[in-house]
Ligand binder design. Structure first.
Ligand SMILES: [Zn+2]
Length: 193
């Protein structure tokens, strides 16, 4: 496992559940790092119990239903107290899924520009198939009403392809020919967060 991906997976978990304590995150991380999560099917995971974390059962089943996670530990004697919480079995599953997503392949191209006004247009028939994310930094705010930006566009898709895009940078309009090459999802997150 890669340290960088684990850090990003934790960051996403924290964004999703910002009120959780450090010890809660630590317990979720221990479960994940010990390889206790196994995917059973698309919406079900089996998490091996760890007695040192207070687990009384050898396995727990986490299910995703209508966008909500449910854990079999909700049905245990502590169920009433735990039902309203997200247990660390669920958190371990979230970490596992985040990690797998960050580690997956995508096909991407990166465009860097510096301008005051900017716009990248991809052919409308590719919308839904090709995604564009950008990161923007102000590099010169001497003219407060028209600051100059450094813009990084990442154009990506789940499949390799070549496409044409129109890049507008101030008064300059350019036709770009982009080839989306294989990379990993976390590279995109690093470029745009
Ligand atoms: Zn649980």
């Amino acid at each position: 496992m890669s340290r960088e991906l684990i850090d990003l997976a934790i960051e996403r978990l924290r964004e999703e559940l910002p009120n959780k304590s450090k010890s809660w995150i630590r317990r979720a991380l221990v479960r994940f790092m010990r390889g206790t999560v196994r995917e059973f099917n698309e919406n079900t995971w089996v998490v091996r119990g760890l007695p040192e974390l207070g687990d009384k059962y050898p396995t727990y089943v986490v299910r995703l239903r209508d966008g909500r996670y449910y854990c079999s530990c909700f049905e245990s004697s502590w169920g009433l107290r735990r039902r309203s919480e997200v247990c660390t079995h669920i958190a371990a599953v979230i970490l596992y899924r985040n990690y797998r997503r960050l580690d997956s392949d995508v096909y991407a191209s990166v465009v860097n520009i510096e301008c005051v006004d900017y716009y990248l247009e991809i052919p409308s028939e590719l919308r839904g198939k090709v995604r564009v994310v950008k990161s923007v930094k102000v590099i010169d705010a001497t003219d407060k009403l028209n600051p100059r930006h450094r813009v990084t566009y990442v154009i990506y898709s789940s499949e390799p392809m070549e496409l044409r895009a129109r890049l507008i940078c101030d008064d300059n309009v350019r036709e770009l020919s982009l080839r989306l090459a294989r990379t990993r999802r976390y590279i995109i997150e690093l470029l745009t967060h």
